[in-house]
Design a protein around this ligand. Structure first.
Ligand code: MLT
Length: 201
């Protein structure tokens, strides 16, 4: 997968896996990594799917209606990419915290839904429920930050709560930060995520 990797000054700090929103690139979320953990190594990945020229992490049939077969395939592809990147760059595969926005948050959620110990933690900005009807792996103690909008037209509050319940039901420790700026990732939401990271890791 197209990506960039920056080695951080602290080899023990979690590696930040950055996952952009629809139409983004591997450069979009780099400022977030600086806010969250400036000494961390950063692995930032570009989604392999193009929708009218816009990179995404998996196909969708319409807004909010995911191509589940492709989602499962792309989730496996990303999981294998992470295993290989850990070997290639020499970081601890068990020390990866995802930071995803929108479509990137959805593939991060799908990693958690499909693979036990896929991530050490996750910051999910405006995620949806990636898919339903799966038996989720044990996520006991897994820290997850959700940034949500109580007027988000893409991810309604009810869906945020459903995601909270699914993750918590599997044992994850979920903290949700609510704002009123629709689907936007605001500076205050990013600051709340950085604060959460500092107290959690
Ligand atoms: C998605 O397709 O993953 C979500 O609808 C968010 C988006 O990327 O627009």
């Amino acid at each position: 997968m197209k990506h960039l990797y920056h080695r951080g000054s602290n080899p023990d700090a979690p590696v930040l896996l950055l996952l952009h929103g629809t139409g983004g690139t591997e450069r979009d979320l780099l400022p977030l990594a600086q806010m969250i953990s400036p000494s961390s190594s950063v692995l930032s990945v570009r989604g392999n799917v193009l929708e009218n020229g816009m990179p995404r992490f998996f196909r969708r049939l319409a807004e909010g209606i995911f191509d589940i077969e492709d989602l499962v395939f792309r989730t496996k592809e990303l999981s294998e990419f992470l295993d290989n990147a850990a070997e290639e760059y020499g970081f601890d595969r068990n020390n990866v915290v995802a930071v995803g926005y929108s479509n990137g948050a959805n593939i991060a959620g799908s990693l958690l839904f499909h693979y036990k110990d896929a991530l050490k933690g996750a910051i999910l900005h405006h995620p949806m429920v990636p898919l339903r009807g799966l038996e989720l792996p044990d996520m006991t103690g897994l820290p997850v930050f959700i940034g949500a909008g109580d007027n988000d037209p893409i991810c309604a509050p009810g869906e945020t709560r459903e995601l909270e319940q699914l993750l918590s039901g599997a044992g994850a420790l979920v903290e949700t930060h609510w704002e009123r700026f629709g689907h936007q990732l605001t500076g205050t939401e990013a600051a709340a995520a950085a604060e959460w990271f500092k107290k959690t890791f």
